[in-house]
Design a protein around this ligand. Structure first.
Ligand code: HEM
Length: 234
């Protein structure tokens, strides 16, 4: 799953030096879409084969915050690599200028290898594909625009679908639901990063809704811009 996300991030990172209208951009968007569909498929296999109790009682407890000397470190999670956030920002679904999103990225930074940190850093300064397409809206009647915009929307759909699955099936199915069955006094330290479960779930839901470009009035999402792009090619 992680490697599939890395393939998608790699393809998207190669678009901006050539420009959104370059013929190879279509191949890169298709590569990214297919890689994200693979990531989704692998998470479905994970969901179907992993035993909920084995995960909840035997694996998860190792990934709590822990103290070394005076420093408290958070536990690891399966998303501790750059690709997720590279994809978010290169597509334009999330922005480093959105404080609650950049907080997620900044918090993750010290837990990445130097190579992954470099990748994440680079994606901050690259223009995103959604803005690039909207800036070319004068060309909406041209064939390249329609095919590239259609492929871009398919990449966004694939990213959103995998993110929704991670939340609704993995986080809810393997953490929230089993947590509901244990006594409240054992709920402390349930999450890898430390906050109480309901606080973490709200933050994770915000990430999913950004990736799905859902309409929200409390956090910035690209709902209106994605609707504009759909309208341009409809
Ligand atoms: C049984 C399987 C899984 C469960 C129960 C699960 C659950 C979670 C939870 C609870 C968090 C929040 C961690 C915290 O801050 O305490 C998280 C974060 C994350 N997980 Fe998973 N996860 C699973 C598998 C995966 C896989 C296979 C991937 C990627 C291939 C993944 C990608 C991520 C990412 C990127 C984050 C950071 C938050 C975000 O950007 O959305 N997870 N996961």
């Amino acid at each position: 799953g992680a490697f599939a996300y890395m393939r998608a991030a790699d393809a998207l990172g190669r678009i901006h030096p050539m420009g959104v209208s370059h013929p190879a951009t279509l191949d890169l968007l298709v590569n990214a879409r297919d890689a994200l569909r693979d990531a989704y498929e692998m998470n479905v296999v994970l969901e179907q084969t992993l035993d909920v109790d084995d995960f909840f009682f035997r694996v998860r407890p190792y990934y709590k915050p822990y103290r070394v000397g005076s420093q408290e470190y958070r536990g690891a999670n399966a998303g501790d690599f750059a690709a997720f956030n590279q994809i978010d920002m290169l597509l334009g679904l999330c922005s480093a200028t959105d404080p609650s999103y950049s907080q997620v990225v900044v918090e993750k930074f010290p837990y990445l290898t130097p190579d992954e940190q470099r990748r994440l850093h680079e994606s901050f300064r690259h223009p995103n594909v959604l803005d690039a397409l909207l800036a070319q809206s004068d060309h909406a009647d041209e064939n390249w625009f329609r095919t590239h915009a259609t492929a871009f929307l398919e990449v966004c759909d694939a990213h959103g679908r995998a993110a929704e699955h991670h939340h609704e099936r993995l986080v809810v199915g393997f953490i929230q639901r089993p947590a509901g069955k244990i006594p409240a006094e054992h709920l402390d330290g349930l999450t890898a990063s430390g906050p109480p479960l309901d606080v973490l779930l709200r933050a994770l839901r915000g990430l999913v809704d950004r990736r799905l470009a859902r309409a929200r009035d409390d956090i910035p999402t690209r709902h209106d811009d994605i609707a504009t792009l759909r309208g341009l090619i409809s």
